[in-house]
Design a protein around this ligand. Structure first.
Ligand SMILES: Cc1cc2nc3c(=O)[nH]c(=O)nc-3n(C[C@H](O)[C@H](O)[C@H](O)COP(=O)(O)OP(=O)(O)OC[C@H]3O[C@@H](n4cnc5c(N)ncnc54)[C@H](O)[C@@H]3O)c2cc1C
Length: 391
């Protein structure tokens, strides 16, 4: 089929099948079977996208994907953006462990895990950070020892987002204590629902607990759930981070992320307008710069997808995407809160729901330059692995 016909078909299919309530900002499934999707349109949209294979449109069909070529995938993203359709599914499965298994998994691992991710039947969490091993991740101490058909795991992870709802964890463990630190690590898959795994929520000041401490006391991972070679898990774990940092998924999940009202509209409301322009020229300049940088990032991500032979995530250069997108996210929330003045820091019922959401978003945007490796660490990677500067 020509790309033009594919576009026409896709446009028609989306018009017919993407319900009104799945357009614009709103709920997106993260694959959890424990968190109920409350909005019926979101549920319907997920069911239809699963059936079509478009929750992971560029994965091969035999693993629950849509089997789209890179060019077709780009068309789908463009058409979704056109109608502001939200991603139907956005999860650690679709953005992290799925693409990693496609590269490093055995056929059996792919068959077992990928279709369930595509069908939103499983939630994954990431067992990387430990107390004392964050930026220096390769110093991790959680240990796995092979006994019969299982690896027996002991130790602790921290900041494990979503572990309290997750069904599976992908985990980095030490399997050779004598080897140099990067060479004694393995990458495994571990079911969370077992006696040896204890999840303790970390309570935030806000009262929410988005992440946890996770303890392993003789927890078991099947021998078949080792991904890649024993003691070569650093390579697999690093590749997963590149998928996470690439922001590729945001090309789709960002389809509807266009904020409810643009910064320019907010500025006009709060600062007034002159001849259709934001009255304050300095704010106008700041917003224009933000918008141009956003478009440039988006176009660069799209170019990278288009240029890659098979839609593959690039290597260390993904750190550039991570730094730029994080800084843009923070610029956006800075601008938005500044424009709202005293309405910007809503915590109680004197504020509207959107105002409270904006406050939460402001605080959460601070975390963006820490999770998935802090921006300082990304700059180290860019210096060493992209620019080739000396250590
Ligand atoms: C919202 C959120 C969700 C998270 N979710 C998960 C998750 O699901 N799973 C998981 O495993 N982890 C998760 N993390 C943990 C995250 O990966 C770590 O916080 C991060 O890697 C930094 O590690 P650290 O907190 O131990 O800080 P540290 O490593 O102690 O760093 C402290 C400071 O020192 C700087 N620094 C350290 N080393 C260097 C260096 N060599 N050069 C320059 N500066 C340096 C850092 O940039 C940072 O500013 C999450 C974190 C957050 C905030």
């Amino acid at each position: 089929m020509s790309l033009d016909s594919f576009r026409q078909e896709t446009r028609a299919w989306l018009e017919e099948n993407c319900p009104a309530g799945a357009r614009g900002p709103g709920e997106v499934s993260n694959g959890s079977t424990k968190i109920e999707i409350t909005d019926p349109d979101t549920r319907l949209w997920l069911e239809r996208m699963v059936e079509k294979g478009w929750t992971v449109a560029n994965w091969p069909k035999q693993y629950g994907g849509g089997g789209l070529s890179t060019a077709e995938y780009v068309v789908l993203i463009e058409e979704m953006r056109r109608i502001r359709a939200r991603a139907a599914l956005s999860s650690f499965g679709t953005s992290m462990i799925g693409p990693t298994l496609l590269e490093y998994g055995t056929e059996e691992q792919k068959q077992r895990h990928l279709p369930r991710i595509a069908r939103a039947e499983v939630e994954w969490c990431q067992g990387y950070s430990e107390p004392g091993s964050g930026s220096d991740l390769a110093s991790l101490q959680t240990q796995a020892v092979l006994e019969g058909d299982n690896y027996v795991i002991n130790g602790q992870k921290i900041w494990t987002s979503g572990a309290h709802n997750a069904d599976w964890m992908f985990i980095l463990v030490r399997t050779d204590k004598e080897a140099p630190k990067h060479e004694g690590i393995s990458f495994m898959l571990l079911p969370m629902d077992q006696e040896g795994v204890t999840v303790k929520p970390i309570k935030l000041l806000s009262g929410e607990s988005p992440f946890n401490e996770t303890f392993f006391d003789d927890a078991l991972a099947a021998r078949d759930d080792l991904v890649g070679e024993l003691n070569r898990g650093w390579t697999v774990g690093k590749r997963l981070l590149q998928h996470e940092r690439s922001g590729m998924e945001s090309l789709v999940s960002g389809s509807a992320s266009a904020k409810t009202s643009s910064l320019a509209d907010v500025a006009k409301t709060f600062l007034g307008e002159v001849n259709g322009k934001i009255a304050n020229p300095i704010t106008r300049d700041e917003i224009l710069n933000y918008e141009m940088d956003s478009v440039a990032l988006h176009l660069t991500q799209r170019r990278v997808v288009e240029e890659s032979q098979d839609g593959a995530t690039p290597g260390p250069a993904t750190s550039i995407f991570k730094v730029v997108s994080t800084e843009l996210e923070q610029d956006h929330s800075d601008l938005l809160t500044r424009l709202h003045g005293s309405r910007a820091f809503g915590v109680d019922n004197n504020f509207t729901v959107p105002e409270i959401e904006m406050t939460k978003q402001f605080f959460f945007s601070r975390a963006a330059s820490i999770y998935s490796g802090s921006n300082e660490i990304q700059r180290n990677i860019i210096a060493k692995r992209v620019l080739g500067l000396p250590d």
